[in-house]
Design a protein around this ligand. Structure first.
Ligand code: IMP
Ligand code: MG
Length: 173
């Protein structure tokens, strides 16, 4: 049995997204903004954010798998979709759901820099203060959370619960 406890409601998420979108509208007004979203976890975040951004944004995707359908245990990190990215000389904002150990963001940043973007910044909805892999941190983060495992608003547990409108702590009983 799993138990879900609301941590961040949809209203708080929406107002945070408006705040972040306003910053992006300002920071990228003279730039060629490409949002690269990490599937599948960033799906809700990206969908809501691009509708608040008033610039002519290009949305592209990569897919990362680390946990897969196995649940909370980390496997080998794989990145798909790098070949079809069109980011050379463009201003890239990499979007992920959560910054945890930093493995995903570090690996993605390294891979994206190889494609020679003009600029590359990172934005995550959630971040943990937990032990991190290295000194790399997201440039912008929506909410700081603790070590609890969360689902909803794009985040999954064994590929479930992505459609919950808010972010919930998942507890196994
Ligand atoms: P990192 O590579 O350790 O920073 O982990 C980032 C990735 O792990 C995220 O893109 C998520 O897919 C996944 N992840 C980390 N913590 C959670 C969680 O609490 N719930 C769901 N997915 C998580
Ligand atoms: Mg993910």
């Amino acid at each position: 049995m799993v138990k879900l406890k609301l941590l961040i409601g949809k209203e708080r998420i929406a107002s945070k997204i408006s705040e972040i979108a306003a910053e992006i509208n300002h920071d990228y007004r003279e730039k060629d903004l490409v949002i690269v979203m990490v599937l599948k976890g960033a799906i809700c975040f990206a969908a809501d954010l691009i509708r608040e951004i008033t610039l002519p944004t290009d949305l592209q995707t990569v897919q990362c798998s680390s946990y897969g359908a196995l649940g909370v245990n980390r496997g080998e990190l794989k990145i798909f979709g790098l070949d079809s990215l069109d980011i050379t000389n463009r201003d890239v904002l990499l979007l992920d759901d959560i910054f945890d150990s930093g493995h995903t963001l570090s690996a993605l940043q390294e891979a994206l820099w190889k494609k020679k973007p003009r600029s590359l910044k990172t934005l995550v909805l959630l971040s943990r203060p937990a032990p991190h892999l290295n000194e790399i941190r997201p440039d912008r983060s929506g909410f700081s959370i603790g070590s609890e495992f969360v689902v909803g608003y794009g985040l999954d547990y064994k590929e479930r619960y992505r459609g919950l409108p808010g972010i919930h702590i998942l507890e196994e009983e």
